[in-house]
Design a protein around this ligand. Sequence first.
Ligand code: HEC
Length: 154
Amino acid sequence: MKRNYLFVVMFIFFGVISGNAAAHHERKDTSIVLDYLEDSTVQLGSVLYDEHCASCHGQNLGGQPDWHKRDQDGYLPAPPHDETGHTWHHTDKYLFEMTKYGLQAFVGDGYKTRMPMYKDILSDSEIIAVLSFIKSRWPEEVIQIHNEQVNSSK
Ligand code: HEC
C-alpha cells in the first residue's frame, strides 16, 4: 500500500517536471539564432551533417540531381543547401523548425516527402549546430543577405 502511494507521488512529480520541460522547449523555439561564426559550433555541425544529412543533401551540400522535379513516386529529391538552393531564402527559425518538426508541419500532414524530422534524433543545440555549419558555407554576400533581409523580414 505504501509503495503504491510512493509510486503515485513520483508519477505526479515527474509529470510536472516533464510538463515544464515541454513549455521551456516551446519558448526556446522562438529565439533561434544560427551560430555560424563560432568555430566549435560549426565543427560539431560539420560532423553531424556528415552523419545525418550528407547522404541526401550531398557531401558538399550540392543536393541530388534534378532536385526541382518530383520522381515517379511523387517525391522531390533533396535540394542543395549551398547558395544554388533555397535554404538561404528561409529564416533561422524556419530552418530550425523544418528540420525539427518536418516539412509536413508546414505543408500539411498528407505531404509526401523523404525529408525526415529530427525532433527525436537531434537535440535543439545539435540542430542549430548543423544549420550553423550549412550557413557558414555560404558565400559572404549570401550570408549578408540572409542576415540583413531574410532574417529581419519576419
Ligand atoms: C533521406 C534523405 C534526407 C536526409 C537524410 C535529410 N534530408 Fe533534408 N530534405 C530532403 C528532401 C527530399 C527535401 C525536399 C523536401 C520536399 O519533399 O519538399 C529536404 C528538404 C530540407 C529542407 C527544406 C528545404 C530547404 O532547402 O530549405 C531543409 C532545411 C533540410 N532538408 C535540412 C536537412 C538537414 C539539416 C538534414 C540533416 C540533419 C537533412 N535535411 C537530412 C531529404 C533529406
